[in-house]
Design a protein around this ligand. Structure first.
Ligand code: FES
Length: 123
């Protein structure tokens, strides 16, 4: 397992104001959001039925899941007005126009060897 903390995921300009973008860190989908209070990052998958959070509408520091509109607080990962489990959140910083995510928790997961046959089947 490799030790990794801050990972550069995109340029600041890659995520328009009040939008999100999906990035991949160590094989995991992570959603990066540009909000009124700066950048935030969460897991990409909505805990309700798996909606892609990076495609949701951003307002203040929440995102509305594009599938059924549950609102998720980007600072805490809490799903508003619902008993659903929280979404994982990650520290984010912007340096010299680059967005960096502290994704060390994702590097505690077992490494997966790439399977060339599986890659071909998906393509
Ligand atoms: S999948 Fe996100 S609210 Fe239903």
């Amino acid at each position: 397992m490799s030790e990794q903390s801050w990972v550069e995921v995109c340029a600041e300009n890659d995520v328009p104001h009040l939008e999100g973008r999906r990035v991949v860190i160590n094989g995991f989908y992570v959603a990066v959001f540009n909000t009124e209070e700066g950048f935030f990052a969460t897991g990409e998958v909505c805990p309700h039925m798996g909606g892609p959070l990076s495609d949701g509408d951003v307002a203040a520091t929440t995102v509305s899941c594009p599938l059924h509109a549950r609102k998720i607080e980007l600072k805490t990962g809490v799903v508003h007005n619902d008993d659903l489990s929280r979404v994982l959140t990650f520290p984010v910083k912007v340096e010299e126009g680059k967005v960096l995510v502290d994704a060390r928790i994702l590097y505690t997961q077992p490494e997966v060897e790439e399977d060339d046959d599986e890659q071909d089947a998906v393509a």
